[in-house]
Write a protein that binds this ligand. Structure first.
Ligand code: NAD
Length: 305
């Protein structure tokens, strides 16, 4: 293909690449010329056990197709070891796809601190450690592409997933700030909220959907965002089953009460539709826009009379 987007000379880490989405991302990037570190500790769906088999199988698939890859079996909690694998094998790191993940679904009243902690460690701390180890290399070379993996469960909430929702929306906050800090150094950071049939979803989705929602339908977005031609950063995208869409915040028109005379509970009751209705809206995209109406009201000063 004449205009094929290629990754020749680029080195990518894909975490949790032994199965599901990570495997599909790794295969696609490798098929386009990237050298890939296939990370997977080969544990179970709930985080138990380890095995080198999952990562080895994907490395073998990549090599059989003529690509370059090495396996790494560390947990993402040992993020710096994974980055070191990339440096040892290929001498640089250009792309990090934070994908590794597990579930510990349980309703909040039955959730233990261990359920909470484990999900935090794999998703949030793991994404932090891998990214934090790669970050200085990307800054120094003036190039980097980072993907975080969130979930609709974090964005909208999902019954029985308080721990997972916390972790998945925490990742969006991390991504938002890294996008700001990385931009000047051409380190671009985006987050996907995927939907795909995998080991993780096979117990919660019907079989027809699992078969229909192929992980490889998600990977083209990951590859696009990781390509040097993309300038997208700070985005959050819903993706799956052939659907691709960016999300943003929407804010109600809002009610402004002039300062100086106190604010009554009844002021809010009277104008609740302005506070919480979405007939008239704005889309604040950065913190200064968020603060705009507050600052304007402070500057307007106290109400006269
Ligand atoms: P999957 O279970 O098929 O694959 C996840 C892989 O991560 C597994 O191979 C597992 O061994 C590996 N892994 C788990 N803990 C690890 C650790 N500590 N270190 C290294 N590797 C580890 O699941 P999937 O559906 O492909 O999920 C991939 C990511 O997408 C996860 O972050 C998940 O939360 C997210 N996600 C998936 C869906 C979906 O519909 N499948 C929806 C929303 C979010």
């Amino acid at each position: 293909m004449a205009n094929e987007l290629r990754f020749d000379g680029r080195v990518a880490i894909v975490t949790g690449a032994g199965n599901g989405l990570g495997r599909a991302h790794a295969l696609l990037l490798a098929s386009r010329g990237a050298k890939v570190v296939v990370n997977d500790l080969g544990g179970g769906r709930h985080g138990g056990g380890t095995s080198s088999e999952a990562a080895d199988k994907v490395v073998a698939e990549i090599k059989a197709a003529g690509g370059e890859a090495v396996a790494n079996y560390d947990s993402v909690e040992q993020g710096s070891r994974i980055v070191q694998s990339a440096l040892d094998a290929f001498g640089r790191i250009d792309i990090v796809v934070n994908n590794a993940g597990i579930l510990r679904d349980v309703t909040f009243h039955k959730m233990t601190e261990e359920d909470w902690e484990l999900i935090y460690r794999v998703h949030v701390l793991g994404s932090f450690r891998v990214t934090h180890a790669a970050w200085p290399h990307m800054r120094d070379q003036g190039y980097g592409r980072i993907i975080f993996t969130s979930s609709a469960a974090g964005i909208y909430g999902n019954f029985g997933q308080a721990n997972y929702s916390m972790a998945k929306l925490g990742i969006v906050g991390l991504s938002n700030t890294l996008a700001l800090e990385g931009k000047k150094k051409n380190v671009l950071v985006n987050t996907i909220a995927p939907l795909a049939g995998s080991r993780l979803t096979e117990t919660v989705l019907p079989k027809e959907l699992i078969d229909a929602l192929k992980p490889e339908y998600v990977s083209p977005l990951v590859a696009y965002l990781c390509h040097e031609s993309s300038s997208e950063t700070g985005g959050l995208f819903e993706v799956g089953g052939g659907f691709f869409a960016k999300l943003r915040w929407e804010r109600a028109e809002g009610k402004t009460v002039r300062l100086g005379r106190g604010i009554k509970v009844e002021d809010l009751q009277k104008d609740w539709n302005k506070v919480a209705g979405f007939d008239t809206t704005t889309h604040p995209a950065e913190i200064n826009q968020s603060m705009g109406p507050v600052m304007a009201n402070v500057q307007a000063g106290p109400a006269k009379g």
